[in-house]
Design a protein around this ligand. Structure first.
Ligand code: NOJ
Length: 549
């Protein structure tokens, strides 16, 4: 495998609205991010994925872009963006921009033109269809944010297609002009020295709406190959596609270097395991570790030699990891460290979502409005109208709303958690006095310092980056254990995913091995006896001493 700089990188995702507010208007901004670069350098990450900062009416918090080549005034200016790229580079940190090109905002000049008349030169930048004879929408396709995927436009008497809110019309990727415009814009950003792109719902751009195909459409991979050739292919950047529909085999198509598409994709199979198969995220189902191990093991195996995995527990669309997979109460610290260890020793590129490194948790607001999220609100209305009870819907929101991850970052115990001098755009999680960066930096035993260690180990041990993955104790319902091996380097990682003591009999090939304790969340461990007693959420990694193996 040809080595790449991003193979041992760790990426940190910033949701700019909620990260750090320098000017006191209550909304996070670029100056705020620049002010926290030293903190990120201390953590040790070397890439930032910046959720969208482009000019936008903020119907979907910036995932609705009205100008790809300018910055939203609430976030700052283009000059500040250039300063952020330069200041990050001085600290050896590269910036990934969020490429949101499945759709634009309805305030993008292309759409403003397109809706003027049927023969407008921009008309074909979007997807328009005539009503059915009774005036209704062309078909039954649904938007991800609730309601029909078609919106009637009275001026021209046709419907336009939108897979997200009606203020996010889908671009028509069958139009070569759309392709060229996007390529031009990408090169404009690449010329500014960015480190690559995270590509929003990129598996939707090859859609064929007339056949009801949205993800994995026939034109998807050719479009990505053309994009690669016209833009980043000749540059040494990281590209990661958001692909809810990817299977491991499909992920290989995206990330096999010879196919010249992307560096890697985000897959969500491990995430949707806790969703109801029919009803989706609003009807959560319990986490089953055996299922989870099966999914992770499959992805590790299929992408072992060809392609590359991305590794993550959460992002701005998902609940907080410690609330979902750990224990946000009594064992918050232990379980957050355990989750970090379990993920960071896998093969792939780890992503940390802001606040994960201090163990931020989900939040229980009384009202759905407080979650400030187009998706939660849209689906709440739709489902309540369909007869779901308020209580049932709120339980779904507490478990899985995107708003959980979007409460402002906790910097310290002062008013507004040190996030802003003004009134924050979204309510702060009340637990900020206990859970905050200042406290974490001061405490050598904090979750933050645990992440720091994991990031450093990835840089020091090639076996973490390139080693083979071997699952251990496969059938165990509470323990996720695996081994990584590269030449004579071997690391064994053991994680108790439960709040109970676990008594383990180790299989013959693991018994009585010893080595160096790399990381742990109780005391250090450097021997594997015959019998192990694991504390609640205990987790550790040992670099085996090759003499004993
Ligand atoms: C995925 C993004 O991560 C999400 O936040 C957004 O709402 C949709 N794509 C639409 O852009």
């Amino acid at each position: 495998m040809e080595t790449k700089w991003w193979h041992n990188a760790v990426v940190y995702q910033i949701y700019p609205r909620s990260f750090a507010d320098a000017n006191g208007d209550g909304t996070g901004d670029l100056a705020g991010i620049i002010g926290k670069l030293d903190y990120l350098q201390t953590l040790g990450i070397n890439v930032i994925w910046l959720s969208p900062v482009f000019r936008s009416p903020m119907d979907d918090n910036g995932y609705d872009i009205s100008d790809y080549c300018d910055i939203a005034p609430e976030f700052g200016t283009l000059a500040e963006m250039e300063m952020l790229i330069a200041e990050a580079a001085r600290r050896d940190i590269r910036i990934l921009m969020d490429l949101v090109v499945n759709h634009t905002s309805d305030e993008h000049p292309w759409f403003i033109e397109a809706r003027k008349s049927r023969d407008n030169p921009y008309r074909d930048y979007y997807i328009w269809r005539a009503p059915r004879t009774d005036g209704s929408a062309p078909d039954e396709q649904r938007s991800n944010f609730g309601g029909s995927a078609w919106e009637f436009d009275a001026t021209t008497g046709e419907y336009y297609f939108h897979l997200f809110s009606k203020r996010q019309p889908d671009l028509n990727w069958a139009n070569p002009q759309v392709q060229q415009e996007v390529h031009r814009m990408m090169n404009w950003w690449l010329d500014k020295g960015i480190g690559g792109f995270r590509m929003d719902v990129i598996d939707l751009i090859g859609k064929d709406v007339d056949r009801g195909i949205t993800s994995n459409g026939p034109r998807l991979h050719p479009l990505l190959q053309e994009m690669n050739a016209a833009t980043f292919g000749a540059r040494d950047v990281l590209t990661v596609g958001e692909t809810w529909s990817a299977t491991p085999e499909i992920a290989k198509l995206y990330s096999e270097p010879a196919r010249r598409e992307l560096s890697m994709v985000f897959q969500f199979e491990h995430i949707t395991l806790t969703w109801d198969p029919q009803d989706g995220k609003w009807t959560p189902r319990a986490f089953d570790l055996r299922e989870f191990k099966g999914v992770i093991g499959k992805w590790q195996k299929v992408l072992a030699d060809i392609g590359w995995n991305s590794l993550f527990w959460n992002n701005h669309d998902l609940p907080r990891a410690v609330s979902k997979y750990g224990d946000p109460g009594r064992y918050r610290i232990e379980s957050a460290k355990m989750l970090a260890t379990a993920l960071h020793f896998l093969k792939g590129t780890p992503y940390i979502y802001q606040g994960e490194e201090i163990g931020m948790t989900n939040v229980r607001f009384e009202s759905v409005e407080d979650y400030q999220d187009a998706e939660s609100l849209g689906l709440y209305r739709e489902r309540i109208a369909a007869g779901v009870s308020h209580e049932a819907m709120m339980e779904g929101i507490y478990a899985n709303s995107r708003g959980n991850a979007r409460t402002p970052m906790h910097w310290d115990a002062s008013e507004h958690a040190g996030f802003s001098h003004g009134k924050p755009w979204m309510k702060i999680n009340p637990n900020y006095r206990e859970i905050n960066v200042a406290a974490a930096l001061d405490d050598p035993g904090s979750i933050f310092h645990h992440y720091r260690t994991l990031i450093r180990l990835r840089k020091e041990y090639p076996v973490i980056v390139y080693g083979d993955y071997r699952p251990l104790l496969d059938a165990h319902p509470q323990v996720f254990a695996y081994e990584r091996q590269l030449g004579d380097q071997r690391i064994v990682v053991i994680n108790n995913f439960s709040g109970q003591l676990v008594e383990l009999e180790l299989p013959a090939d693991l018994r009585d091995l010893a080595g160096e304790s790399l990381v742990s969340n109780y005391g250090p461990r450097n021997v594997l006896g015959q019998h192990l007693t694991l504390q609640p959420y205990e987790s550790f990694a040992i670099a085996l001493d090759t003499q004993t193996t």
